[in-house]
Design a protein around this ligand. Sequence first.
Ligand SMILES: Cc1ncc(C[n+]2csc(CCOP(=O)(O)OP(=O)(O)O)c2C)c(N)n1
Ligand SMILES: [Mg+2]
Length: 312
Amino acid sequence: MINPEKFCIQKDCTFAAKPLFRLTRYKKFKKNQFFMAELTVIASQVRRDIVRMVHGASSGHPGGSLGCADFLTALYFKIMNHDPAFDMDARGEDVFFLSNGHISPLFYSVLARSGYFDIKELATFRKINSRLQGHPATHEHLPGVRIASGSLGQGMSVALGAALAKKLNGEKNLVFSLHGDGELDEGQIWEALMFAAHHKVDNLISTIDWNGQQIDGPTDKVMNLGNIRQKFEAFGWTTLEMNGNDMDDVVAGLEKAKSLTGLGKPIGIMMHTTMGKGVDFMEGTHEWHGIAPNDEQLAKALAQLPETMGDY
Ligand SMILES: Cc1ncc(C[n+]2csc(CCOP(=O)(O)OP(=O)(O)O)c2C)c(N)n1
Ligand SMILES: [Mg+2]
């Protein structure tokens, strides 16, 4: 249960002081009503969801999910203008595409906690006939999912298409996408980078989870990426860096990225994260890229992640 002393850094923060508070409809809380402390409260619950879901299925990807939890929480609860009533076409809304689809536990948790579907459904993760399959797919009809992802490298191309469509429709909304650093090994990403710069797709903000890890080991051992920021710049993108595990920095970085849209260039955020962030024995190693904790490990993990909004 939440300890308000721990989370509530602002005197007038009342959200965290309600121990049994459950977020049922995102709409009640949108329009930038969240303080930074409240975002960390949500992110803690999201991290609990992640480890519980992966444990419940005995499979899944906790490492990248935990590392990107602060980012996706900030995006859905503060940065994006979106509607959990969910319309596939996302007209008049900002839209997010998850390209590194293996971090689906994070995506599903944030969608449910934002009000896209009942948090109880998180218990069906990776089960037969569940809408929450290991990698998101549109034919499962889960609100909030607009593309299948899991086959790495494709999400930026889709995001580009959506961003161009918004321009054609005269919409001012933004398109966001998230990619793993290991995912950058896919050639299609670099085609998309060139295309985006050439066509001045300046309503796109793509974030790279620069955790230095991927499925089989550190990225510099599997295929050295070098300085990806310099590479994005060389491909004609505006770039910035942020600490993806510091909520203040995440929000500031995303706000900065938004301020850089509309200037003729796509925006790339190089986001430094720690794989497995929040669970000490999962941190900083590819070992937790894609395995489930056992009962004992789950208990150890949950002891480090306060239950702040009620478990599903
Ligand atoms: C096209 C394609 N090739 C290979 C894979 C297998 N695969 C799944 S995750 C992964 C590593 C991805 O690394 P990264 O994007 O850094 O994710 P992280 O391990 O940091 O979560 C690979 C190679 C895949 N899903 N798709
Ligand atoms: Mg990685």
